[in-house]
Ligand binder design. Structure first.
Ligand code: FAD
Length: 548
């Protein structure tokens, strides 16, 4: 494509990240004949599934859906063993994908990119690694993940603790043995809720430090029986078509029934059936559940009753009731035996609302009520989501402006894919796209395909660059905010709004309008010759604006 190939450090495209998005980008761009150089901070492929090795880590979208759809052969040859695969099985799958498509050869592993700088005249990007090496490319694709920067809470004294401190998102590769130990888990979001039942089975005593009780629905996980799996694999195309036409990228449609269409008895039976089916589709029991607060309250009350019936100690049960947010306003969790774990003699719940942590000391965690002496502290404190990873890289676009400065009041993107002032830079699963609100394998595939098609279009039409227009970006940002404002999820305080990170601008970051609507909009823009973007000529860095 370009004569920059003669220089070994210059390529057509750079991909940062070897999670599922980066792997697919690498495969797709290489298949187009582009010269590529790819980077990954970790020592292997897998992204989320490379880093999050904590006990109990699993996907919460069913594995048959949470897997690549781009190759019918790959899709049929991989046989998931469980409804929700474990971290190790998902990692094995992604390693298989890397092997099958010879993707590792393109990567420089254990290489963290810390800097990316645009040369405005040539429209080339130069990226630099932590160890000072540089590469130049026409296009840069940041497949760096929306949940790849761990949130380490600024608790006083954390550094003074004499035992192990483990973050669920940076779990060691070797087995962590909790046998005979006193363990503290701080955090009861998705990761904590998955890890707590597993750690409780191993530890001498487990102390759970809870600030926000969260809603969790039983996974009802099961091992696939060969014949049943064959049957599903036989109709995979239908399953995928349903997923692509849905809001969340899964084949389970929302019920058309509204909460107040049925009487109390029928409503209870429908909630009960959803609880028994298990999983995050509980949010789809009624069509109005995530929109109408009065409808949502019925779902809240149902789950409260379940918690009260499972947890034997009424005082503990009461502390576990999520009362400060609607169900679905934060990411709904999916668990295997979470609430039941509090019936164990070796588990203590510490309510941080009643007795906050004052400090961490050499031997344990001191709250306003007591010192809890522990051997290990597990931080299940989540991530600096959606913007945290990109904001830690010095990304300089036009006039040397830093992306993190442009995003100081919250991220602004066009479609979550591109940013005005940063031509030829693409983000996969970025803020302003469905990303964390949908099945992220399908959202990654859709973004990568869109980017690849845009690059092919530029090449065939003789352009060297593409840049989002400010007015199109502003209109999209307003649409993202307006869409969120009409929902329960958009009104909550959660990591979707950066509420878990002190000082982060409170902006609802993902696009809540649904994968179906979003895909159609992206397709429309591509079909129009990239309206809302300016197509650029390298020699002048001047462009042709294709409307907005
Ligand atoms: P990642 O998998 O995060 O990969 C990004 C990679 O980029 C990382 O390996 C990182 O090391 C690398 N990187 C970042 N910055 C740099 C840099 N500067 N230089 C070099 N490399 C860099 N989503 C779902 O849809 N369904 C689920 O069921 C689901 N379950 C989840 C369970 C857990 C425990 C977690 C944490 C997340 C889950 N997610 C789920 C979200 C998950 O993050 C995405 O599904 C998906 O794995 C994201 O893929 P990715 O390639 O975009 O990013």
């Amino acid at each position: 494509m370009t004569d920059e190939r003669t220089n070994p450090t210059t390529v057509d495209a750079i991909v940062v990240g070897a999670g599922l998005a980066g792997l697919y980008a690498t495969h797709r761009l290489h298949s187009m004949g582009l010269s590529i150089q790819c980077f990954e901070a970790g020592s292997g492929v897998g992204g989320t599934w490379f880093w999050n090795r904590y006990p109990g880590a699993r996907c919460d979208v069913e594995s048959l859906d949470y897997s690549f759809s781009f190759s019918p052969e790959l899709q049929k040859e991989w046989r998931w063993t469980e409804r929700y695969a474990t971290q190790s099985e998902i990692l094995l799958y992604l390693e298989h994908v890397a092997e099958r498509y010879s993707l590792r050869q393109h990567y420089s592993f254990s290489t963290r990119i810390v800097n990316a700088q645009l040369d405005e005249r040539s429209l080339l990007w130069t990226v630099a690694s932590e160890d000072g090496r540089t590469w130049t490319a026409r296009f840069v694709i940041f497949a760096t993940g929306p949940l790849s920067t761990s949130n380490i809470p600024p608790i006083e004294g954390l550094g003074d603790f004499s035992g192990r401190i483990l973050h669920t998102g940076q779990w060691p590769r070797e087995e962590v043995d909790f046998a005979g130990l006193r363990v503290a888990v701080i955090g009861t979001g998705s990761s904590g809720i998955q890890a707590i039942p597993q750690i409780a089975q191993k530890a001498r005593h487990l102390f759970v430090f809870q600030r926000t009780p969260n809603f969790s629905i039983p996974a009802r996980n099961f091992a696939w029986d060969g014949e049943a799996l064959d049957e599903v694999l036989g109709s995979y195309d239908t399953r995928r078509a349903l997923s692509l036409a849905s809001k969340a990228g899964t084949p389970h449609p929302s019920s058309p029934t509204r909460t107040f269409d049925v009487n109390d008895e029928e409503r209870e039976a429908l909630f009960e059936a959803a609880w028994e089916r298990g999983g995050a589709t509980f949010s789809k029991t009624f069509a109005d559940q995530l929109v109408d607060p009065a409808a949502n309250q019925y779902a809240v009350d149902f789950v409260h009753r379940k918690i009260l019936s499972i947890v034997e100690d009424p005082e503990v049960a009461k502390k576990l009731l999520p009362i400060d947010h609607a169900i679905g306003a934060k990411r709904i969790c999916v668990d295997i035996g979470y609430f039941e774990t509090y019936n164990r003699d070796n588990v203590t719940l510490v309510d941080l609302n009643a007795t906050p942590i004052e400090t961490i000391e050499k031997t344990g965690i001191r709250t306003t009520a007591a010192l809890y002496e522990v051997d290990d502290i597990v931080l299940a404190t989540g991530f600096d989501a959606l913007t945290g990873t990109l904001n830690r890289i010095d990304i300089r676009g036009r006039r040397g402006q830093l992306l993190r400065d442009v995003w100081a009041d919250g991220p602004r993107t066009f479609l979550g894919l591109a940013v005005a002032g940063f031509p030829n830079l693409f983000i996969v699963n970025g803020p302003g796209s469905p990303s964390v609100l949908a099945n992220m394998v399908l959202t990654a595939e859709q973004h990568v395909d869109w980017i690849a098609n845009a690059i092919a279009y530029l090449s065939s039409s003789g352009f060297a660059g593409i840049e989002a227009n400010v007015d199109a970006q502003d209109a999209w940002g307003d649409h993202v905010s307006a869409t969120a404002a009409g929902t329960i999820i958009g009104k909550g305080h959660s990591w979707y709004t950066g509420a878990n990170i002190p000082g982060k601008s409170p902006v609802f970051m993902p696009y809540v309008g649904g994968l179906d609507v979003y895909r159609a909009r992206c397709d429309e823009i591509a079909a129009s010759g990239y309206s809302g973007f300016t197509l650029l000529d390298a020699a002048t860095s001047q462009g042709v604006t294709v409307g907005s």
